[in-house]
Design a protein around this ligand. Structure first.
Ligand code: LIP
Length: 281
């Protein structure tokens, strides 16, 4: 039986999965063992509170160095150093520390996120083939390969069965600019009376993985970058979640919504009604 273009042979999937896990664990060890008692800000990006630390840069440098050694012709898209195209059709989408502000404050909810995708490295156009999200502080490690299920430390995962929104624990997150945060505050204020409660973990990769292991009933966030979304979206999908955007769009920067199908349908309708994909006040 011939494979569809986005279908990779099982042995290649296994190789990509194994390398994704090795990369995430190696960078995770660097981040964990190299954390100074007081972390300094090395630079800022979209706003004064959108920070980069020396360890974000060191972790990405490690990921790129190992990838150059192991798969020199693959592409890489990383949060800190951007996109370097490859020739093999495989691109590694990496977030050296997802949850950088948590890392800065010593809140133990940050992760190294590594995904191998085929197709353009763009949400909605890519096919995520293999993924690993490694929680640096406690070592929990989520893995998935396409069609092979999702695992947490080797245990197979399934999202919670759908529950009415009023009984659903919903994860979300906020951006780094005042306009974006004002708009997100408006949406959360409207949602709060209609859900069980809201959780703000501070790392989209850990939010989506927590959904996959049943620690949340649903998740949504506006403003995710490809590296926040890539690996954890496959973990959530392989655990049975729908991961989508609004108005028929794929999950991406405008909006990402995830959970069991029935819950997502209700949440998407509500978020569309609230124009949650628009920063207008
Ligand atoms: C973070 C995301 C989180 C979001 C933060 C930030 P970073 O990524 O994972 O969901 O709410 O604003 O974007 O900047 O730590 O890689």
């Amino acid at each position: 039986m011939s494979l569809a273009p986005q279908d990779l042979p099982a042995d290649e999937l296994a190789r990509l999965g194994a390398l994704a896990e090795r990369l995430a664990r190696e960078a995770g060890a660097l981040v964990r063992d190299g954390r100074p008692r007081r972390v300094d800000v090395a630079a800022t990006k979209t706003s004064p509170i959108d920070v980069v630390t020396a360890m974000d840069l060191a972790s990405e440098a490690l990921l790129r160095r190992v990838l150059h050694e192991e798969r020199p012709d693959d592409g890489i898209l990383g949060e800190e150093e951007g996109h370097a195209a490859g020739t093999t059709g495989v691109t590694w989408v990496v977030d050296p520390i997802d949850g950088t502000v948590n890392y800065l404050y010593g809140i133990p909810a940050y992760a190294v996120s590594v995904a191998a995708v085929t197709g353009p490295p763009v949400p909605g156009e890519w096919t995520v083939q293999a993924a690993c999200v490694h929680a640096v502080a406690d070592g929990r490690t989520w893995t998935a390969v396409r069609g092979g299920g999702a695992f947490l430390d080797g245990e197979r995962l399934a999202v919670n069965p759908p529950a009415p929104l009023a009984a659903s624990l919903v994860g979300t997150g906020f951006g780094y600019t005042v306009e974006r945060r004002r708009a997100q505050g408006r949406v959360v204020a409207a949602l709060l009376p209609r859900v069980r409660d809201i959780r703000r973990i501070g790392s989209a990769a850990m939010d989506l993985c927590t959904l996959a292991n049943g620690g949340l009933d649903a998740y949504f966030e506006r403003g995710l970058a490809p590296w926040d979304l890539a690996a954890a979206s496959l973990v959530a999908q392989e655990a049975g979640a729908v991961v989508t955007g609004l108005r028929g769009a794929a999950a991406g920067t405008a909006m990402t919504v995830a959970g069991p199908a029935a819950t997502v349908a209700t949440l998407v309708a509500l978020l569309e009604e609230l124009d949650a994909d628009d920063d207008a006040p």
